[in-house]
Design a protein around this ligand. Structure first.
Ligand SMILES: *Cc1c(COP(=O)(O)O)cnc(C)c1O
Length: 546
């Protein structure tokens, strides 16, 4: 039984601890009313015996042990003292929709292991959180005695959108609206979203990049007038983005689970520290690892891997967060982010929980495009994290390296982490056993994977007109009679055949599923708000046609 429950405070709350909320309220609100993010005022501490107790357990049971202190309201049934609702939620979230009972298995090699976070229904790590989040949101609504329809708004760089759609589709009492950058996601990611079925789902393309989509969603969330209108219509907004505490907390569990697996398989001794490498975009996944470390998981270095949009690398190395730079579209699109929202939670910690400083720095980010950490915070950041980035060529080379040296196929996001890890070892000589978060199935980013593994010659030209000769060893029958004009879907079958692996269920047959969502809107608050109003049947401001 948990004696003292954990409370949450906004990173920007000038009233400080006067305004704390419990977990379910933080999850229900998604973002604090002042625009800040909820952070826990304390964390549970787990010792070595606790780690040892995880070894024989399955994933859902491990997750229950780790999440229970965060969710006392649902962890234990108050009247019987027996396993509470959380137990059945976890069994449901981590059930047969995963293609392995291990849910988040570890693939160990000499000196390093991959934590495979892509065995869920949408083949990317966000399923770990988003299969659970709808359960948490519904419990939160019930606790608040709210009958309002929960309207989940999502801005996605690709993977969140599909994972959220899969989690919320046809969940009674909920509706979900996903905004994605129209030209900023892969063909497969887009098709995964636009073919989503369900009577409560909406998918909208935004003419802009992820930051545009995210800024629009944030503006909608903090629009007080809209919130009131919504309330009158019997609805309320919630967020499934990684700023929601309900997204972060399930992610803490898999780092503990992975450690238990490494101990169980004899790769590390109980208590021995490991390094953790995370390909990062919005900084949610690595932040979960950071919380796990604060909770007692033996982690030495947290290594933050970025692509060409390496704001985070620079931040860790210089203490300056600077968004004033060119935005690159890369082969790891889920990391194409210049404003990593979850950094705000770390920032709050780095400045010793002083919301006035958080506000000042974030204000400077909005106004000047950058901020600079105070000295003490800068050195703490550099002590706890190490950061580097991979160029596009380095990403491809790392993908090929893993295939050649380990016989293991990674997706481009994970390849970024592989490159950064190898750079870390080269620069520091530190060979502490490393756990690399493998965040997506290689099948989800087939074009890059085929190119890296089997050479650019096996790829079609962008206009589809190319007829370069097929490289020796590439089976021409798969490449459309020797012409190199395959689309992403054909490449999917090609890769499955080359690797002699079945396609993940979520991707098989994607090409032939009907596209159900075609709405596109401009970036910016007003256009996106208009779309939301129309979808929810709210009257627009005077002069606007719905
Ligand atoms: C979302 C995503 C990332 C980035 O994770 P953050 O928590 O946003 O840092 C990395 N890889 C893949 C495949 C993703 O979907």
């Amino acid at each position: 039984m948990v004696s003292q429950s954990i409370h949450y405070v906004s990173t920007r709350d000038l009233r400080g601890f006067e305004d704390t909320v419990d977990s379910l309220t933080a999850i229900r609100r998604g973002i604090a009313p002042d625009g800040g993010l909820y952070v826990p005022t304390s964390l549970p501490r787990f010792d070595r015996d606790f780690l040892a107790s995880l070894l024989p357990l399955g994933y859902a049971e491990r997750a229950e042990r780790i999440l229970a202190p965060f969710l006392p309201e649902i962890a234990q049934s108050s009247d019987t003292g027996s396993a509470g609702e959380l137990h059945s939620m976890l069994l449901d979230a981590y059930g047969p929709q995963w293609d392995t009972t291990a849910v988040a298995p570890v693939r160990p090699f000499e000196g390093l292991a991959f934590l495979e976070l892509w065995h869920g229904p949408t083949c990317a790590f966000k399923d770990l959180a988003l299969q659970l989040l709808p359960h948490l949101l519904k419990a939160a609504a019930r606790q608040a005695r709210s009958r309002a329809e929960i309207v989940v708004l999502v801005a996605t760089s690709g993977d969140t959108g599909k994972a959220a759609l899969a989690g919320f589709a046809d969940v009674p009492g909920t509706r979900i609206i996903v905004f994605y950058p129209k030209d900023g996601v892969s063909q497969i990611q887009e098709r995964q979203m636009t073919t989503q079925t369900g009577s409560n789902v909406h998918v909208i393309g935004v003419r802009g990049n992820f930051d545009d989509a995210q800024a629009g969603v944030k503006a909608i969330f903090t629009d007080e007038g809209l919130r009131q209108e919504l309330e009158q219509a019997g609805k309320e907004f919630s967020s499934a983005n990684s700023i929601n505490w309900g997204r972060l907390v399930p992610q803490i569990a898999y780092y503990f689970s992975a450690y238990a697996d490494l101990v169980a398989t004899g790769r590390v001794r109980l208590g021995e520290p490991i390094n953790v490498v995370v390909p990062s975009g919005n900084f949610g996944n690595i932040l979960a690892a950071h919380y796990a470390r604060r909770m007692g998981l033996p982690v030495a270095r947290l290594i933050c891997a970025s692509n060409l949009n390496h704001v985070l690398t620079d931040f860790i190395r210089t203490g300056i967060y600077d968004r004033r730079r060119e935005f690159h579209r890369t082969s790891s699109p889920s990391m194409d982010i210049l404003i990593s929202s979850n950094v705000e939670r770390l920032l709050y910690e780095l400045v010793d929980g002083d919301p006035a400083v958080v506000r000042r720095l974030l204000g400077s980010l909005v106004e000047e495009g950058y901020y600079e950490l105070p000295d003490a915070a800068r050195s703490r950041l550099a002590e706890e994290f190490w950061g580097a980035f991979a160029t596009e060529a380095e990403t491809g080379a790392a993908l090929a390296w893993a295939f050649r040296e380990l016989g293991y196929v990674v997706d481009p996001h994970t390849a970024v982490a592989v490159h950064v890890y190898r750079q870390y070892v080269a620069e520091t000589g530190d060979r502490t056993y490393a756990l690399i978060a493998a965040t997506a199935s290689p099948f989800k980013f087939t074009r890059t994977v085929v190119e890296a593994l089997f050479g650019p010659e096996s790829l079609p030209a962008p206009d589809g007109q190319d007829s370069r000769p097929v490289r020796p060893g590439v089976r021409p029958d798969i490449l459309l009679e020797g012409r190199l004009d395959a689309d992403d879907f054909t490449l999917l079958d090609y890769l499955a055949s080359r690797l002699d692996q079945p396609l993940p269920a979520g991707l098989a047959g994607l090409k032939h599923r009907p596209v159900l969502h075609r709405t596109v809107c401009g970036p910016g608050r007003s256009e996106m708000t208009a779309v939301v109003r129309q979808l929810l049947g709210l009257a627009g401001p005077p002069g606007r046609t719905a």
